[in-house]
Design a protein around this ligand. Structure first.
Ligand code: CO
Length: 249
């Protein structure tokens, strides 16, 4: 396994890539309301990404057929946009997007409420987002990879939610998925030492019920096995000499 350390030039490009993606998420989030289809979200998202001169990272990646992964309720990640899937009041929807800017990917995800949602659903969204911050705080030079994983695990375990184990965070840069893999649950090994210049996509996927997931017939959509709601929150971050920098906010 080799974890790339980005040069100053690469970091500058990653920052631009991340800033554009942050804006795409901000603007795409405003489109989320009852009545919109997951297909329309993808169409709007792809247009937005291209309007910044970027290419969607996910389109055709291993055959994925869209630019935005749109995952509703018990769908964990990699939902495929569909004209017939209409969002309704009370749903939660996770949007995962990546952009390529001058050869550099950034990757981020947000879970949104559709209209008014239950307190339980909002709590899940909030805890998932906060678990990212708990992990991110540990992304300091000299710490180890497992410090991130364990911080997420410790935080989420206090709620009794299920942490998805089949999918993990990852390094990101000139490739969408680079080493290292970043599990959202504690490991027995401490993992690699974190160094300035590493760019990482930290992305907890958290289920209201059990951690188990399965794949739908389309071979993409990941759903919770027990049908419980799932939330996703992801940012691309940079390890520095000091505090980590979030590139996609
Ligand atoms: Co990712």
């Amino acid at each position: 396994m080799s974890v790339s350390i980005k040069s100053a030039r690469e970091i500058a490009l990653m920052r631009e890539s991340g800033r554009i993606l942050a804006e795409v998420h901000e603007r795409l989030g405003e489109e989320i309301k009852p009545g919109i289809s997951t297909y329309e979200i993808d169409r709007i998202g792809e247009k937005m990404i291209r309007s910044y001169g970027c290419t969607p990272s996910f389109l055709n990646y291993n055959g994925y057929p869209a630019s935005i992964c749109v995952s509703v309720n018990d769908e964990v990640v990699h939902g495929i946009p569909n004209k017939k899937r209409i969002l309704k009041e009370g749903d939660i929807v996770s949007l995962d997007a990546g952009v390529i800017w001058k050869g550099y990917h950034s990757d981020a995800a947000r879970t949104h409420a559709v209209g008014k949602i239950s307190k339980e659903a909002q709590d899940l969204i909030d805890a998932t987002r906060q678990s990212f911050y708990e992990g991110m705080k540990m992304a300091k030079s000299g710490n180890h990879l497992n410090d991130i994983s364990k911080a997420i695990d410790d935080y989420i375990s206090s709620f009794g939610y299920g942490i998805v184990r089949d999918l993990v965070g990852h390094g990101v840069g000139s490739n969408l998925h680079e080493d290292p893999q970043i599990p959202n649950f504690a490991q027995r090994r401490r993992g690699i030492k974190l160094r300035p210049g590493m760019t990482l996509a930290v992305e907890p996927m958290i289920n209201m019920g059990g951690w188990q997931v399965e794949w739908l017939e389309d071979d993409w959509t990941v759903v919770t096995k027990d049908g419980s709601l799932s939330a996703h929150y992801e940012n691309t971050i940079l390890v520095t000499d000091g505090e980590p920098e979030i590139l996609t906010i």
